[in-house]
Ligand binder design. Sequence first.
Ligand SMILES: [Zn+2]
Length: 352
Amino acid sequence: MRGLLARGMFAAALSLSLGVFANAAPFPGAEKALQIYFIDVEGGQSTLFVTPEGKSLLIDTGWPGNNGRDANRIAAAAKDAGIKKIDFVLITHYHDDHVGGAPQLAARIPVGTFIDHGENRETSDPVASRVFAAYQQLLSSGKYKRIIAKPGEVLPITGMQVRVVTADGDLIERPLPGGGKENARCANAAKPPVDVSENPRSLGTLITFGKLRILDLGDLTSDKEMDLMCPMNKIGAVDIYVVSHHGFLQSGSVVLVQAIAPRVAIMDNGAMKGGSPAVWDVIEKSSGLEDLWQLHYSAEGGDAHNVAAPFLANLQGLDTGNYLKVSGSADGSFEVFNSRTRETKKYEAKKN
Ligand SMILES: [Zn+2]
């Protein structure tokens, strides 16, 4: 009798623990989700994609210095995702807030392959030259594979499709599946000035996971956005737009944002970097937008040009490095988790 009771109690305890486990699962079918961490690197970029099979792609490495702050935050995200190595590190362009953290990252966690657009084209800028030299030195160790990516290529990562749409100032020539529609916003749009920095060289990618489409153009500037989107939209609509250039004024034009018509936009701004009010307005007014999320409250935006607190990973004040995490499903549904509030918002798959 005591034995039966003990077994009964054990079974009850087991079912209770299983019950808790099921409730604690972050996403229905979480083991089949694409996980995307928008790591807070204080106004730089670092976005980690981890497939259900554990394959990983990191887009940019954040800043150099700060005692390895950004490498530590990337390593923490990798640990949370259950990976011990980063298979691919994609460098969008050679600015210190994107490639600067590469040496510290490589010292912190094993990396397989680096992907970039080729040479640094902003040799007149001492900071770009310095971070490019440090990156070249890292590559010269011979420890890593390197891919110089071209528009149209699909990167050799399995479990999701990563298609290059822009690189080194070049663009895809033909529209992608889902693209090709005339863009009504082009007719009245003024041609933006040509940007001669590394920004328009950004290695931009369209990432698809089943029906889910995510666009990341690094710091691509408005002149290239127009080439990509006019007269026809070569990309098509996307579910998630990684807001270009941290929400700075030189990027995120209406010809891009209205045409890709994201359901959700995620801005990797810092407290004092990006989040320009004019760009914020373009995103907020974009047709079909359900939510904008921001890594930081933007000082420049003030209360009129910042999202409500539940959609902010980091409020004003103390730097606590909170992140946003997307869990995406192949049916097109996804959810966004805010590590500050511990709250999750779900976005159902579209009907069509
Ligand atoms: Zn940047």
